[in-house]
Write a protein that binds this ligand. Structure first.
Ligand SMILES: Cc1cc2nc3c(=O)[nH]c(=O)nc-3n(C[C@H](O)[C@H](O)[C@H](O)COP(=O)(O)O)c2cc1C
Length: 236
C-alpha cells in the first residue's frame, strides 16, 4: 500500500483509478474530497490531510479514495447533459453524464467515512463542489420521495467537513451570511448523511497570527472528531 501520509499541500492522487481495498480488520473505507483552488497554500487541504492522517493512524488497515475537484473538475450540468442525472439518458453526452454520476455515487456508497474540504467561496461552497453534488443527488438512487417526505438513501455514513473561511461566521454579525454550513448540512442530509461534524478554520484572512490560531484550533477539533468517530465505529 502506498505511503498514506498526507501533509499540507500534497497533491492528492487522482481517484479515477485509485481504489484501496480494505483489509479484513479494517474499520473504514474513507472517501476524501478536496475542492480548494489554492493548491499548496490551501488551509482546507492541509486540514483534510491532518484528518486523513489521524483516521489512518487509528485504522492503519483502512482504505482511502481521493477525489480532487480542482485537479479533475466535474462538468457543470447543461441542457445537453442534465437528463443523465434527472431523466432518461439517450444521447452520448447524457450517457456520459449518467456514467460519471454512477461512478461518483459508487465512490460515495462504498465509503463509511467521507472527509470533505469545503472552503467558503462567496458565502457558500466552491462551484466545483456544487457540481459534484449535482451529480450525486439523484432521484431514486440517492434520495427518494415517500409519503413521509424526502428520504435519503445513503445512510450509515459519517462525514467530517473542513470549512475554511476568510472571516468569522460561527458567531458574531456575519453568522447570518453563512450559506456554507447550512447548505452542506442540507445537501448531505438530503441523501441520508446526517452524522456530520463540521470543523471550522475561521479568520484566515486576518493575518498570519490569526491563521495560525485558526489552524491550531481546527486541529484540536479534528482530533476530537476523529476520536469520537473511531470510538463509535469500534462500539458498533
Ligand atoms: C473565490 C473566493 C471567494 C471567497 N469568498 C469568501 C467569503 O465569502 N467569505 C469569507 O470569509 N472568505 C472568502 N474567501 C476566503 C476563503 O474562504 C479563505 O481564503 C479560505 O482559507 C479558503 O480555503 P482554502 O485555503 O482551503 O482555499 C474566498 C476566497 C476565494 C478564493
Amino acid at each position: 500500500m502506498r505511503d498514506l501520509a498526507v501533509s499540507q499541500g500534497d497533491t492528492a492522487p487522482s481517484l479515477f483509478d485509485d481504489i484501496f481495498k480494505p483489509t479484513e480488520n479494517s474499520l473504514s473505507h474513507i472517501l476524501v474530497i478536496n475542492s480548494s483552488v489554492s493548491g499548496q497554500l490551501s488551509v482546507s487541504r492541509a486540514l483534510v490531510g491532518d484528518t486523513v492522517q489521524r483516521l489512518i493512524d487509528a485504522d492503519p488497515g483502512g482504505s482511502l479514495m481521493y477525489r480532487d475537484l480542482d485537479e479533475h473538475p466535474i462538468p457543470h450540468l447543461a441542457s445537453t447533459t442534465v437528463a443523465g442525472v434527472r431523466a432518461v439518458a439517450a444521447t452520448d453526452a447524457e450517457l456520459a453524464t449518467r456514467a460519471l454520476s454512477d461512478t461518483l455515487i459508487a465512490e460515495l456508497r462504498a465509503a463509511d467515512i467521507v472527509v470533505i474540504g469545503a472552503p467558503m467561496y462567496n458565502f457558500s461552497i466552491p462551484s466545483t463542489l456544487r457540481a459534484w453534488f449535482d451529480h450525486v443527488l439523484r432521484p431514486r438512487v440517492t434520495f427518494a420521495y415517500s409519503d413521509a417526505g424526502p428520504q435519503g438513501l445513503l445512510t450509515g455514513k459519517r462525514a467530517i467537513v473542513i470549512e475554511s473561511r476568510g472571516g468569522l461566521y460561527s458567531e458574531g454579525p456575519a453568522k447570518a451570511n453563512d450559506f456554507q454550513e447550512p447548505y452542506l448540512k442540507q445537501l448531505l442530509g438530503f441523501i441520508g448523511i446526517t452524522d456530520v461534524t463540521f470543523i471550522h478554520a475561521e479568520r484566515i484572512g486576518f493575518g498570519p497570527e490569526a491563521r495560525e490560531q485558526a489552524l491550531a484550533s481546527a486541529r484540536v477539533q479534528i482530533a476530537q472528531a476523529v476520536a469520537r468517530l473511531v470510538d463509535n465505529l469500534i462500539l458498533e
